[in-house]
Ligand binder design. Structure first.
Ligand code: 5AD
Ligand code: SF4
Length: 447
């Protein structure tokens, strides 16, 4: 590659999970330390970071087509952007990307992006650089302080996964479980609040496996961390995601009944309703143990809204086994959920299992599952009509004077009134649609 000038503007395109959104923000902050600013809306950026996701589908092909599109658009505009590929595809397929896509000057894995500025220096000299080192704690220590925040911020507390569900690439792309230290998390949470956050979602691939030592040197789990973060002045809401049923301890369940700032919401993936399929997935829980666990959360916090993840068409899943997933959905009554067709991931045990399911069968199962989940989501929203709750104002709505925010149960609520982004306001929930509710502003809630 030819030497070039240091980019002036950047754009980070994050795909996939909320942790990628968090990583994307942190990469932006790193670039800002070099004086590189976000490209204005509608303008080509000098540096584009593709922050990729590898969890499903043809992730790598999508990266190559994005690179092609960027190069073509750059050529047409007379200046090709510098391209960095980050995230889980970079981790899994870094070398191939370098070999196949000469337009890419940097490949950086999710545990190495703190070295992006050095890689950029090399790229400016015309050198191509790849860094896919693991694991992660050095990264967090090397990132700059948080100086800006949206009202509903993300905070990565734990990364990686040791569960090895047989369909999943995460243990390979994000590596082994690591917990960030307690003190660093309290500090980052305070900085986020100082910068405008009112709500913080604690993120981890397996967040309930977080463990650490509190300020007094006591061993604490996620519940202990949440308890202490709830003491941070100016922070009004705490959420966490994603959890595995095997790591939900009594302290965390109890926290839902005791800590007011912990929102009444639980995202707890189950993946399937058949015990045979769950075993083949290496999930270490049964449909029944999952339902019993949810009951304990409901006892601690009766109004808790439930969310889950599902995979249809796991290798060998029969029609009858799929029906068990629908049965489980009926038994739970989810407030929202995510459902996916099984996608064989290279290098995972399930990818080479017998009994791969035909695409048409998966399509049909997904449609039926989504119809059931949508029905339940709508019913949950309908049941909220008339409820009064606080809404955190996150952005302007489509129409003038309209605002959009989230209820404690993570529903999107739109309403009109004299408010500002970041306000927590009291709203009466009105007419419910499948994906959002109309609200009526009652009065501002004192900070
Ligand atoms: N195919 C389909 N869905 C998957 N997920 C993870 N791996 C796969 C795969 N290979 C889903 C799971 C997980 C969510 C983040 O993505 O439901 O909980
Ligand atoms: Fe993947 Fe979640 Fe299973 Fe870990 S617990 S392997 S991240 S699906």
């Amino acid at each position: 590659m030819k030497p070039t000038t240091t980019p002036r503007t950047y754009r980070v395109k994050s795909f996939g999970c909320q942790m990628n959104v968090y990583d994307g923000e942190r990469m932006g902050e790193l670039l800002a330390t070099r004086g590189i600013v976000p490209a204005p809306e509608g303008e080509e950026a000098d540096l584009v970071v593709l922050n990729t996701c590898h969890i499903r589908e043809k992730a790598a092909e999508k990266v190559y087509s994005d690179i092609g599109r960027l190069t073509k658009a750059g050529r047409a505009a007379g200046k090709e952007p510098m391209i960095a590929v980050a995230g889980c595809v970079a981790q899994a397929e870094g070398e191939e990307i370098m070999a196949r896509a000469p337009a890419v000057s940097m490949v950086v894995g999710p545990q190495a992006y703190h070295r992006l500025p050095e890689m950029l220096d090399r790229a400016v000299q015309g050198e191509r650089a790849t860094d896919t080192d693991m694991p992660a704690n050095a990264k967090f220590a090397a990132l700059p302080q948080r100086r800006s925040s949206v009202p509903a911020a993300f905070l990565t507390v734990q990364e990686g996964c040791d569960k090895f569900c047989t369909y999943c690439v995460v243990p390979y792309t994000r590596g082994a479980e690591i917990s960030r230290p307690y003190a660093a998390l309290v500090d980052e949470a305070k900085k986020l609040v100082d910068a405008g956050a009112r709500e913080i979602t604690l993120l981890g691939q397996n967040v309930s496996a977080w463990s650490g030592e509190d300020a007094k040197g006591r061993a604490v789990g996620l519940a202990g961390l949440i308890r202490d973060l709830a003491e941070v002045d100016g922070l009004s809401r705490i959420r966490y995601t994603t959890s595995h049923p095997a790591d939900m301890d009594e302290a965390l369940i109890a926290a839902h009944g005791e800590i007011e700032k912990l929102t009444p919401f639980l995202h707890l993936p189950v993946q399937a309703g058949s015990d045979r399929v769950l075993k083949a997935m290496n999930r270490s829980h049964t449909a029944d143990s999952y339902l019993k666990l949810l009951d304990r959360f409901r006892t601690a916090r009766p109004d808790i809204a439930l969310s889950g993840d599902f995979i249809v068409g796991f290798p060998g899943e029969t029609d009858a086994e799929f029906e068990e997933t629908l049965k489980l959905v009926d038994a739970v009554g989810y407030a929202q959920a995510f459902s996916f067709k099984y996608s064989p991931r290279p290098g995972t045990p399930a990818a080479t299992m017998d009994g791969q399911i035909a695409p048409e069968v998966m399509d049909e199962r997904l449609q039926r599952l989504q119809a059931a989940l949508n029905r339940d989501q709508h019913a949950f929203n309908k049941a909220s009509e008339g409820r009064t709750c606080t809404v955190l104002v996150e952005r302007k709505g489509k129409h003038p004077g309209q605002w959009l925010g989230k209820s404690p149960w993570l529903q999107s609520v739109w309403f009109e009134g004299d408010v500002a982004i970041g306000d927590l306001v009291e709203v009466r929930l009105g007419e419910a649609g499948p994906n959002s509710l109309a609200g009526k502003l009652l009065e501002p809630v004192p900070a």
